[in-house]
Design a protein around this ligand. Sequence first.
Ligand SMILES: CC(C)(COP(=O)(O)OP(=O)(O)OC[C@H]1O[C@@H](n2cnc3c(N)ncnc32)[C@H](O)[C@@H]1OP(=O)(O)O)[C@@H](O)C(=O)NCCC(=O)NCCS
Length: 259
Amino acid sequence: MSSLRFRCYKKGDEVKIVELLNLAFEDWGSVERWTTKYMLSPGFDPNLIHLSEENERLVGCLHSLKRDVRIGRNILTGFLGSEGATLPNYRGRGVYYQLFLRLYKEEKKRNGIVHYGFMHPMLYKTFYGGKLGEIALCQPQAFLKVLNPDKVAQPLVSVANRIIGKKLRTILGKNEAYSIRIEVNRTQAINLTITRSGIQLHDKLTTRDATIRTDANTFIKTTLRPSNLITAFIFRKMRIQASLGTLVKLFRLAVRILW
Ligand SMILES: CC(C)(COP(=O)(O)OP(=O)(O)OC[C@H]1O[C@@H](n2cnc3c(N)ncnc32)[C@H](O)[C@@H]1OP(=O)(O)O)[C@@H](O)C(=O)NCCC(=O)NCCS
């Protein structure tokens, strides 16, 4: 049976943590550097530093810092994943994975809406993008875990509403509606229906007319700058799966909104 134990940071652990980081990253730095980055950081929280040990020996660590994310006009409670490492002899036993699961849980308890980070691209396919379900946002890779899909979806809807605004009422026929599905990763999707009365968000898509799968850059731009949703749409930065008829209708709709 594995004698690995998991716990959060307590005072004095920093010496062992820095030893581990120096081993993993070669010349990571001093205890002073760690103290400045974590302990003296505003909102320092020991429960955001997760450790794994065997017989009192530190074998793994993972850090995160509370750093909120702005989407449109909304500020979402966010956590920035930071230094993490496993001692070479203990790699491949799921230590890092366990540390992440524990960290996500703590972040969620603190009303976290997203977790994100800047990670080693080699680990994306199998680990961040695979096992953890994070999505790549841009180059160099940044990863984001949707901890609370409802709260991410709402700001996106308000961004989408601002793009289309009042023009929508004059453009769409009385009974016209377009259903759009924006996939944010393999398990989460945001479903919107555009009608005369505005844009509504659905948990489940009823009429699946079109699927828009955003690419990573588009996703981040979409969330930050409303006009980019349409730009990305026109310049084919989004992959769209739909019948030809629906594509033509959506294209016409975009053209009418813009001009
Ligand atoms: C990256 C690191 C933390 C992984 O630690 P670990 O405890 O061995 O990781 P786990 O055993 O939990 O493995 C998790 C998954 O990561 C992936 N993974 C781990 N090492 C990998 C490697 N060298 N190359 C590609 N994928 C790897 C695998 O998908 C693995 O899952 P699997 O074993 O089911 O296939 C460790 O190799 C390390 O300390 N590296 C040096 C420091 C570093 O790069 N830190 C991460 C910066 S983003």
